[in-house]
Design a binder for this molecule. Structure first.
Ligand code: GLN
Length: 485
């Protein structure tokens, strides 16, 4: 039964000593082994996990436990993890054992959490379905013929199937929220700068942000408490104070002003998703919230703007994979240039190559003003839209994704259709705002639907409060896929 429990519940069990971290960790390791078919993990190191669990048990014995001590957490394979394979879903890093821990990993270890394993993901976090991973696609535990979403699909599937009590993810354009929605879990993308990016393999540095993927908003608060805060190793991490996110979870929602952007409910939104979201908003009205109709007029520019900026930043970030310092090197080559070319041709997958080409083009002399600079200007307009609507409301609500999980292979031949899946999430990254996806119900095929809640800068406490109150009056977040219950 341990696997049906949240972090908060397991933490209570560990404190009462009704179970040990070693028992818990071994239990989850066994479940991972049993459900390998989901392909949710790239690397699992049983010995390392159990060693950390033993150390956590000692901390607990000595009365030095935090809320995370002894809790096994699945880590997206984008976070450098000392002494462990860290691939970022790519062939080019298929031999990379990280010599150091990302700040996020170091902080979770410091809090006593156990690294359960490294989860599968789209290559370099580029994708919305986990199908670009060199290690093969992940399956959605609610229907294994469907995708779990991406790029943090392994983390979402692992949490949904309870192959971990919770996981970490990263979100550049939706990669925490969209897979959370597809897998029926809670996923929080914090404000840009809230969580250190040091040791998190870079995709698009001005957009990337790490966050928790959990069963509940309460668990997300517990994880964010340990993850958040200034880091002198990341100059874009914010010095803003980090509150205790668990303390405000129960605040009353009476008078909360919820903005509904008309652009989030228009053409392209699946009707069943729309009705689930409307029902969730009805629940908020019962909790005392007021509804305000608002507009984000530049929303339609978010996807094209993102698909210039993100590839531009990626083309620069990925230039470091050249076969010289670390990672894969082609076996046979002529001169140095040939070595670069063969290494990169062999090491990167198609989607990554597509993005490098688009990004290099957008940044090249002669096209820079027309594409990159233009996209930067649009980004400002999109952010301004949010500033305006947040004068009329406290949070925004809408669907996380226009559809529920689609079939494996359905969109692999049509990159634009794939890109459009992030239509409601991408503008949030462009503006640097926090957003959370919360399970809100199911469609007629039994697939989970996510409600997205968007907040003001650094207002994660409010998002978690708003999500938690909903989870106190609904039980969507406690539903589990039958085969994994
Ligand atoms: N799906 C988007 C992309 O492919 C977002 C990915 C992400 O958030 N890492 O770029």
């Amino acid at each position: 039964m341990f696997h049906k429990k949240t972090i908060a519940e397991l933490s209570g069990d560990l404190a009462k000593k009704t179970c040990s971290s070693v028992e818990l960790t071994a239990g989850f390791l066994d479940r991972i082994e049993q459900h390998k078919d989901l392909n949710a993990y790239i690397t699992v190191d049983r010995d390392q996990a159990l060693t950390q669990a033993r150390e956590a048990d000692v901390m607990i014995q000595h009365g030095k436990a935090t809320a995370l001590t002894g809790i096994p957490i699945a880590q997206k394979d984008i976070f450098c993890t000392q002494g462990m394979l860290t691939t970022c879903g790519s062939k080019i890093l298929s031999n990379f054992i990280s010599p150091y821990d990302a700040t996020l990993i170091a902080r979770l270890k410091q809090a006593g959490a156990v690294v359960l394993g490294k989860t599968n993901m789209d290559e370099f976090a580029m994708g919305s379905s986990n199908e670009t991973s060199f290690y093969g696609p992940v399956k959605n535990p609610w229907d294994t013929s469907r995708v779990p979403g991406g790029s943090s699909g392994g983390s979402a599937a692992a949490t949904a199937a309870r192959l971990a009590p919770a996981a970490t993810g990263t979100d550049t354009g939706g990669s925490i929220r969209q897979p959370a929605a597809f897998c029926g879990i809670t996923g929080l993308k914090p404000s840009y700068g809230r969580v250190s990016r040091f040791g998190m393999i870079a995709f698009a540095s001005s957009l990337d942000q790490a966050g928790p993927m959990t069963q509940s908003a309460k668990d997300a608060a517990i994880l964010l408490n340990a993850m958040a805060g200034f880091d002198d190793k990341d100059s874009t991490s914010s010095g803003i104070a980090v509150p205790d996110f668990t303390e405000t979870l129960n605040h009353d929602l009476q008078g909360l002003r919820i903005g509904l952007p008309e652009e989030f409910f228009g053409e392209g939104l699946n009707s069943e998703v729309a009705s689930v979201v409307e029902e969730a908003i009805g629940e908020y009205k019962k909790l005392g919230a007021e509804i305000v109709k608002v507009s984000l007029p530049n929303s339609h520019l978010a996807v094209p703007c993102y698909y210039v900026l993100a590839p531009a930043e990626a083309s620069s970030n990925l230039s470091r994979y050249d076969g010289v310092r670390y990672g894969l090197r082609a076996q046979e080559y002529g001169d140095l240039i040939d070595m670069y070319q063969k290494t990169r041709a062999q090491g990167f997958g198609d989607e990554v190559k597509r993005r490098i080409m688009i990004g290099t083009y957008a940044l090249s002399a002669g096209y820079y003003d027309a594409y990159y600079l233009k996209a930067q200007q649009l980004r400002r307009l999109i952010a301004e839209d949010f500033n305006q609507v947040f004068e009329q409301c406290d949070v925004l609500m809408g669907p996380t994704s226009p559809t529920t999980a689609f079939k494996l292979g359905d969109k692999t031949d049509d990159p634009v259709a794939m890109y459009l899946n992030d239509i409601y999430t991408i503008s949030v990254n462009l503006a640097g705002l926090p957003g959370i996806s919360v399970p809100a119900g199911f469609d007629s095929q039994g697939l989970p639907v996510g409600l997205q809640i968007i907040g003001k800068y650094f207002d994660e406490a409010r998002l978690l409060n708003v999500a938690h109150r909903y989870q106190m009056v609904t039980d969507w977040h406690r539903r589990m896929p039958k085969e994994y219950a």
